[in-house]
Design a binder for this molecule. Structure first.
Ligand SMILES: Nc1ncnc2c1ncn2[C@@H]1O[C@H](COP(=O)(O)OP(=O)(O)OP(=O)(O)O)[C@@H](O)[C@H]1O
Ligand SMILES: [Mg+2]
Ligand SMILES: [Zn+2]
Length: 458
């Protein structure tokens, strides 16, 4: 018998090597190499049915396109992140932590799609028929054209796709299925790549929409390869604090729509319920009496501005070196803001612990949150409150200057809609149309602080 040939594959990025490597030269990760058997049938990859093989180049001007067909999932938040519904024949990857609700949302979406006259094949590679039925009962999914198929073998799945001819196929999950043309175990990079490749061909040649669930590793990457993200049309991340009830769907890549769109859901016994007015939810958690160290910012996530409360706690440290803890914002960003507060405003924080928390478990990555964070810290340190009817928007530069932000008009409209009366904004944005809100344009951080710490607000 011939000796089995193997190769070593980085499970992170798919880099291949003849021998074991400690550190991946491609992605720089340590200890990610696994040995995988080289499959003899590998050459079949570009199969006769392959989308690449039987097409000839066309002149751009000669290409006629059919109308881009979108199907609504009847879940408007989900439709929105997809760019206005599922595009027929597209491959959508939904990734998220264990237990976050990936199967839930896709089962709900399947039920709704079936109501819209679509035929769905839900491949459950992780759960049994009865487990799925139990979930469907709990979610009150009652669909006529929804086939549930517990299966891990891709060739069998393919056979059923040919037989049932569904409009939509759900794969739950890509890490749990395997193709018998590849000898390495399910979940390995080679398997995931091959399975995704085949699913892609099915989607494109038969115009079937594929929704694929992918698990996420500890460090937040889609388990196994980043390659998956390159192959599929749309990547949606499912985020949220497992200990709280809301979940955020975020589109990271979309060949058919806007990225950085977010959809917000609440996990209830009957499944994921859309949150139509997320500002209410994020601000609801706000304490009734205003306390020092709280500031409301308006971030802009995708096409929607979000009002979020930032809280700071500043106090004399009992430790040799003070603590800096931030939740929901980048800690490097907070350190930079602290440095500017010390150097440009003269706030002495060297013996103070500083804790920053974004309320409601939201994640804020936008620089326009800087000014809100700085004011939360400064007002807490000075023990005064920011006027609770004020929103704060602006990016802080290293010399303490306030930089302009994009989409300010939209942010202000959202603040007005949520009942805010005043906005501290960057001076460079002072000509913004602002409707029914009083604007306070500021050039420097110190101006923003003195506008808050006025006698009226103490
Ligand atoms: N009766 C219930 N009431 C409220 N929430 C529930 C109930 N049962 C389950 N859940 C929620 O559903 C979540 C599990 O959802 P789901 O199975 O869709 O997640 P998943 O992302 O598919 O997980 P996995 O990675 O294990 O496949 C639980 O973490 C819990 O929050
Ligand atoms: Mg699941
Ligand atoms: Zn790598």
């Amino acid at each position: 018998m011939a000796k089995v040939k193997t190769k070593w594959v980085c499970q992170q990025c798919g880099y291949e090597s003849a021998g074991y490597l400690g550190k991946c030269p491609e992605c720089g990760q340590w200890g990610t190499f696994n040995e995988e058997v080289i499959s003899a049938i590998k050459v079949q990859n570009t199969s006769p049915q392959g989308i690449i093989n039987d097409t000839k180049p066309s002149l751009l001007n000669d290409i006629r396109i059919g109308e881009e067909v979108r199907v609504s999932t009847n879940i408007s938040e989900f439709d929105r992140i997809l760019g206005g519904g599922l595009v027929q024949g597209s491959l959508v990857l939904i990734a998220g932590d264990p237990g976050i609700g990936k199967s839930t949302i896709l089962l709900q979406a399947s039920g709704e799609l079936s109501k819209n006259g679509k035929k769905i094949l839900y491949v459950s590679a992780e759960e049994s028929l009865s487990q799925l039925k139990l979930r469907a009962n709990r979610l009150e999914v009652n669909a006529d054209n929804l086939y549930i198929y517990p299966q891990t073998n891709l060739e069998n799945i393919r056979k059923q796709i040919d037989e049932i001819k569904p409009d939509v196929v759900v794969i739950d999950s890509i890490q749990a299925i395997y193709s018998q043309t590849i000898t390495s175990s399910s979940g390995s990079v080679s398997q995931i790549r091959e399975c995704c490749n085949i699913l892609m061909q099915i989607a494109k040649t038969q115009n079937i929409t594929m929704m694929i669930i992918g698990h996420v590793t500890k460090d937040g990457n889609i388990a196994g390869p980043k390659i998956l993200e390159h192959m599929v049309d749309t990547v949606i991340y499912f985020e949220g604090d497992k200990y709280k009830s809301y979940r955020i769907l975020r589109s990271m890549k979309n060949r058919f729509g806007n990225t950085s769109e977010v959809g917000i859901f609440e996990m209830q016994a009957k499944g994921l319920i859309e949150v139509k007015n997320p500002n209410e939810m994020f601000l609801n958690e706000r304490s009734q009496e205003t306390i020092p160290g709280s500031a409301i910012i308006v971030t802009n996530e995708g096409t929607r501005p979000l009002l979020v409360e930032i809280q700071a706690l500043v106090g004399t440290t009992p430790y040799p070196s003070p603590r800096r803890v931030s939740n929901g914002v980048d800690s490097g960003r907070v350190l930079q803001i602290l440095a500017v507060l010390e150097k440009r405003v003269g706030l002495n924080l060297s013996k103070q612990d500083v804790y920053i928390n974004v309320m409601g478990g939201a994640e804020v990555s936008e620089p326009s949150a800087d000014l809100g964070i700085a004011l939360a810290i400064a007002t807490c340190a000075r023990d005064v409150v920011v006027d609770p009817q004020t929103v704060i928007i602006g990016e802080i530069g290293l010399s303490g200057e306030i930089h302009p932000v994009n989409n300010l008009e939209k942010r202000l409209n959202e603040a007005v809609a949520s009942g805010f009366k005043k906005a501290i904004i960057p001076y460079a944005n002072k000509d913004v149309k602002h409707g029914k809100i009083r604007i306070v344009p500021v050039k420097r951080l110190i101006d923003a602080i003195s506008s808050c710490i006025s006698p009226a607000s103490v």
